[in-house]
Write a protein that binds this ligand. Sequence first.
Ligand code: PEP
Ligand code: CO
Length: 468
Amino acid sequence: MASPPASTPSPAGSIQWSPDSWRSRPEAQRIDYPDAAAVERELAKLRSLPPLVTSWEIEKLKQEIADAQDGKRFVLQGGDCAETLDDCTPGAITNKLKILMQMSLALVWGGRKPVVRVGRFAGQYAKPRSSAVETRVVNGSPVTLPSYFGDLVNGAAFTPESRTPNPHLLVRAYQHAALTLNFIRALVEGGFADIHHPEYWDLSFMRHASLPADLRAQYEQMTRSLADGLRFMEVLGEARVEELTRVEFFTSHEGLNLLYESAQTRTVPRREGHYNLSTHLPWIGERTRQIGGAHVEYFRGIRNPVGIKIGGTTSPEEVRELVGVLNPSAERGKIVLITRLGAARARERIPELVRAVRACGSPVLWVCDPMHGNTVSTPSGLKTRSFDAIRTELETTYDALRASGAHLGGIHVELTGEDVTECVGGATDITEDNLHTNYATLCDPRLNYHQALELAFALARRLSQNAS
Ligand code: PEP
Ligand code: CO
């Protein structure tokens, strides 16, 4: 089914959709660039550069999301809260791919179905902020500067030069997304880590970090049984072996800076409609999902599958309206609802949300982001999240969806392949006192390598209880 053609009037008003029709809507998290002409010059450059992804790949992901909506696949979406230009290094990229692969292996094993891997990478450079400005005491006096909005917009350093929104970063971020994606595509093409041979790649991963003994034993047992299972299926000539073992990555990021997104939104030969060719799966964040706002206006016209973050205060009516506006023709594979309700609210909120979605008739994929509803500040002012709360929200969401007649089709996590100390708890027992050891994030606290793997195991166990 087709998304609304460009001539469809907006349900929230009377304007016609175009890649730039959002400009006439109120824009939450709008960036005020000091030099409007410089912005237009950079956007013209962006429009002339090649796309980062293709419509063919986007349609393939949409089909895989449709399969996941039917319970035939599971989606793993993860990566940094904020990618940085400095992080565009071979080590950081391969470590992220490795942890996503390891987690997906655990999920394949637990759920007995193919896992769709979607990175929060190659474009996750823009961040929403709760305040447009930040005040710090510098040399004894308070100084107020624009907040850091991600490397797509400005620099993290607390100086006027760095914090002033810089339009050149629009093209620089695009270039770094291209470099990241180029490396990922080359690794995947070259058989970087073929799940077909887990006995080969797990050895290199095991050296990566000191996993707690019980997790290591469980992981080794799992890779062995998976390898045996795959060999057995291969001998039987099972067609699904190929599918289960192929390593493939899709990209995603929050579609926050609509200048960046719309400059890469195009028509393509032999397909209808417009595609955002900067990423496969853009999502609308919790702070920008106002019906009648610029982001919803932009997103309603693109052919990509679309993620929508659903926070703890979202009403069922809002969810129904959002899904209706973004998927009026009830297309399969189109809508990914990413709940981030917080551990304390998930059980109570899920049933009414499921009822609301059912009433609007559009298929959706329920994905749990157990990170963003569980952020707290330590007395010393560091943002952190407790591993227990993250795990509880994930398990509660899984159970509550099942009890409501829906199913959890994916997980959305902020993680890194490095040994950072940003979230407390987990088997390696990071405490508030040792958060400072390697607190590296420029934005939200991420799961480190151990914690990410441990979470995947916890979920895999849940999935295995109900796997057919
Ligand atoms: C994020 O995913 O980094 C984010 C800002 O999430 P949310 O919009 O759910 O707060
Ligand atoms: Co975040």
